[in-house]
Design a protein around this ligand. Structure first.
Ligand code: AMP
Length: 544
């Protein structure tokens, strides 16, 4: 017997219409070069309706791909809703990719229109002849003085909106499994791969962001996504904030630490999210700002060293809470807020809990698999294996790539490429990316653990550990270290610091001092670039 409940699709239009109706008085804030702009949700929703008409007028059919090339702005959030609610598919292009990759993803996704912020035109407009499928280039005025090209394909966003009548009535998306948005993986090896989110997956993921044991977004929150809107839908925060009626504060392109902390203070931000590099760079400035409004600082995308989370806890009064996930998992799959079984822990033990990747989220299934034997590894906190994931907001394949090759198991689980242990409470401790583990004499050394210990040295700002090819041991660890300004220490100081923290055979063979650790397009340490720099001949040898 079927249940007798209405089969209403889990799609984005009801999120939009509810916000338009009941949160009309609330606001959305964007930082622009000429100051901070605030609009009511009523005005924003009218612009979303006008934009839906514009998409019709541009001749974009149902299912057409609408590309965006933009930072975190109100206009970008307009596109976040207008495209999928009107049956098109939003493709948020990562503006930090290499030019060839930008061209590749726009072409691969078959984008027919590209909405570009004016200051970013010099990056993409030169590619126009290589992108014949892009019929419309819509320029969003971000206040920069870049000249807009005179070309019949080029339109002005605000002018189009001003001339279009608002779409009337309710948006409808009948098939909850239809595509709503595309994000590409950062593609450190090979071309980026397209992950296609459905209305259903985005809706469920947004609801999860509202759950009390997760971020617990509420109408009272003021949310500042530092993570770019082109990186995995800014971790779902724009959709979830509109669903909750929370105030979105969008920093535009200004994501330097002082601008971010200033925005937290002025806008009384309660929730913010970004990669660890953002939070690490902010530490020297914490004491100069009033950050008392913050209730949660979310970090994901890379491991958070104990010393970083503790610096925030002590200096800003709020520790960093880790989330773990991937582009393929929408991205939230685990979250590190504390549970009742942590209540009696002392400060040091709590800091260790916070250094973990948190507890598996509801509706996400995880398993650990021994990469050699294929056997499942128990959740006992000490055994480790490859983390595999399954769930309603986990990808089942990649755009145009059938079943996604060896990224998925025969029974359809996502192979994350992360090596981890899980304890009996479902808390994940990530040991490493499988390709970043250092294999020395048949044993594994966790680059994440070593980095964590090196960054605990007070003179160290950043540390990345890579594998050096070694005839005897196969690989040996090498540390790349960036010091705080005006600090001067030697490699031996680092090794002495590590001596009573790690096993002797874990000690790096070399310590290199750099001005900066190179970063990927999403702000993580680019170990691939480091390996290319130090061991160019080894880079093309197949990695695990
Ligand atoms: P991306 O798809 O670019 O967001 O990258 C996903 C990868 O980032 C994961 O497979 C992990 O290796 C890494 N990652 C994400 N969150 C964390 C975290 N909290 N701690 C350590 N690594 C993380």
């Amino acid at each position: 017997m079927d249940g007798l409940m209405q089969r209403r699709s889990l799609a984005l239009p009801p999120v939009f219409h509810r916000a338009e109706q009941i949160f009309a008085h609330k606001t959305m804030v964007t930082v622009r070069p000429d100051g901070v702009r605030s609009v009511t949700i009523a005005a924003w929703a009218q612009r979303v309706r006008r934009l839906a008409t514009v998409l019709d007028q541009l001749g974009l059919d149902t299912g057409a791909r609408v590309g965006t090339f933009a930072w975190n702005t109100q206009e970008h959030v307009e596109l976040y809703f207008a495209a999928p609610c009107s049956g098109r598919i939003l493709h948020t292009v990562n503006v930090r990719l290499f030019t060839e990759q930008i061209q590749y993803v726009i072409e691969h996704a078959s984008d027919e229109a590209l909405f570009v912020e004016k200051s970013l035109l010099p990056i993409v407009w030169p590619l126009r002849n290589e992108l014949p499928r892009v019929r419309h280039w819509v320029v969003i005025d971000d206040g920069s003085d870049v000249e807009i090209p005179t070309d019949e394909r080029v339109h002005d966003y605000d002018q189009l909106l001003a001339r279009a009548a608002p779409f009337e009535g309710r948006f409808e998306v009948d098939d909850e499994n239809s595509a709503a948005a595309i994000c590409y993986t950062s593609g450190t090896t090979g071309n980026p791969k397209g992950v296609v989110y459905s209305h259903r997956s985005i809706l469920l993921h947004s609801m999860l962001n509202l759950m009390a044991d997760h971020i617990g977004l509420s109408e009272r929150d003021t949310v500042l996504p530092v993570v770019p809107l082109f990186h995995v839908n800014a971790w779902g925060l724009p959709y979830a904030s509109v669903m909750a009626g929370a105030t979105l504060v969008l920093p535009g392109s200004r994501t330097d630490p002082e601008s971010i902390l200033d925005l937290v203070e002025r806008q009384r931000v309660t929730v913010t999210a970004g990669v660890p590099t953002v939070w690490n760079n902010a530490v020297p400035h914490l004491s100069r700002f009033d950050l008392s409004s913050l209730r949660i600082v979310v970090s994901g995308g890379a491991a958070v060293p104990v010393v970083l989370s503790e610096a925030w806890r002590v200096q800003a009064g709020v520790p960093i809470t880790q989330a773990w996930g991937m582009t393929e998992t929408s991205p939230m799959a685990s979250f590190g807020s504390l549970r009742s079984h942590h209540d009696d822990l002392d400060t040091e033990s709590l800091s260790m809990v916070r250094a973990s990747q948190g507890q598996v989220l509801p509706l996400i299934d995880l398993r650990l698999v021994d990469t050699d034997s294929g056997a499942e590894v128990p959740w006992d906190g000490t055994s480790v294996g490859e983390l595999q994931a399954s769930g309603p907001w986990v990808a089942s394949g990649y755009l145009g790539d059938g079943e996604g090759g060896d990224s998925f198991t025969e029974d359809g689980w996502l192979r994350t490429g992360d090596i981890a242990g899980i304890d009996s409470y479902g808390y994940i401790r990530l040991v490493d990316r499988s390709k970043d583990l250092v294999k020395s004499g048949g044993e594994w050394i966790s680059s994440v653990d070593l980095e964590n210990h090196i960054m605990a040295h007070p003179a160290v700002l950043e540390a990345a550990v890579i594998a050096k090819p070694d005839e005897k041991w196969s690989e040996r660890p090498v540390a790349c270290v960036v010091l705080h300004a005006d600090e001067l220490i030697t490699g031996d100081d680092i090794l002495n610091h590590l001596a009573d923290r790690v096993a002797k055979w874990w000690l790096p063979d070399e310590v290199h001092f750099l001005d900066e650790i190179p970063k990927t397009s999403t702000g993580k340490f680019s170990k691939k670039t480091l390996r290319e720099r130090f061991y160019p001949s080894d880079v093309n040898t197949p990695q695990r």
